[in-house]
Design a protein around this ligand. Sequence first.
Ligand code: CDT
Length: 316
Amino acid sequence: MLTVGAAQLGPIAKDESRAAVVERLRDLLRQGGTAGCDLVVFPELALTTFFPRWFTEDIAGHDHYYETAMPGPETQALFDDAKELGVGFALGYAELTPEGERFNTTILVERDGSIVGRFRKVHIPGHEDDEPWRPFQHLERRYFQESDEGFPVWRAFDGIVGMATCNDRRWPETYREMGLQGVEMVLIGYNTPIHYAPDPGQNALQGFHNHLCMQAGAYQNGTWVVGVAKGGTEEGVESLAQSAIIAPSGQIVAQAVTTGDELIVAKCNLDWCAHYKDTLFDFARYRRPEVYQRITNQKGVELPPVADRGSAAESG
Ligand code: CDT
C-alpha cells in the first residue's frame, strides 16, 4: 500500500525567486506528511516558470533557470524535510550538467532523503527556432536535449516505480517500455498550454487527451499512473490542470479541482497491478512481439510508409 500525493502547482511567475517556490513545495510536502503520504509528486520544471516559452539567441543567458547540482543550496531544505517527515518526492527541474548538456529532468527521492534515480525527458516537443507568429512559443527543443537513457524503472517505495515527463505521456511506448519491466507506478509531471498553435482545433480536447493517454497507459500496462500539472495562467499562458491519480483499471481515483497549488492523495494498492498483469495483460502469455512488425503477403497489402522523423511539414 503506497499513499501517494500529486502536488499540483499553480503558476510560477518569471520573477518568483527559487526560495519562494521551494517554500511552496515544502508546504505541499508537509501537507503530504499530514495526509500520510509516502511519496509526493511535483510537476515538470517545478522550480521555475516555464522559460522555454521565450526565445533567446544565447541560452547561456538563461542558465539561472537550470540546476547544476541536486540537491543545491536552495533545494537542500526539501531533502531535509523528506528525511524528517519520512515522505519521499519526485521533482522536475531543468538540469545543466558539468559537460554543458541540458535536460528536462525528474529525480525520485526516497523517504530517507536519498536520490533513488534520475529520469531525463525522452520526447521533447515544440520547436528549436524563433517562431514569432505564435502567441507564445514552445522552445523546449532549443533548451533541452533528447535523452537517450530510455525509461528505466526502480525498485523503490516497496514497489517498482518509473518516471516520464509531460509529452512522454502521449506516447504508448513510454508506458509499454516500463510495463515490460513490471512497473507498478509511473510518475508524470506536465506543463500543457491549452492553446496548441500548430492546430488550435486540439485546444478544446486538451483535458480529454491528457486523461485519455494516462488512463490508457495505466490500463494497458496494469500500473498506477500519477499525473501532476503545473496549471493555471502563467505569464499570460493558460495551462491545463486536472492532475489525476489513476488506478491500474484505468479509473481516476483522485483528481484536482483547482488550477492552483493543490495536493490530492490516494492510497494505492500496488497488488492491484497484478489483476491486470496476470490476466488480460499477461505479457508472457498473450503478447506477440514476434508478429507486430511482420507484414502479411496477402494480395493487395501495401507496405506502409516508413516513419521518418525529419519529414514533418510543420513543427509541433
Ligand atoms: N511540456 C510539454 O511537454 N508540453 C507538451 C505541449 C507541447 S505543445 C508544443 C505536452 O505534450 O503537453
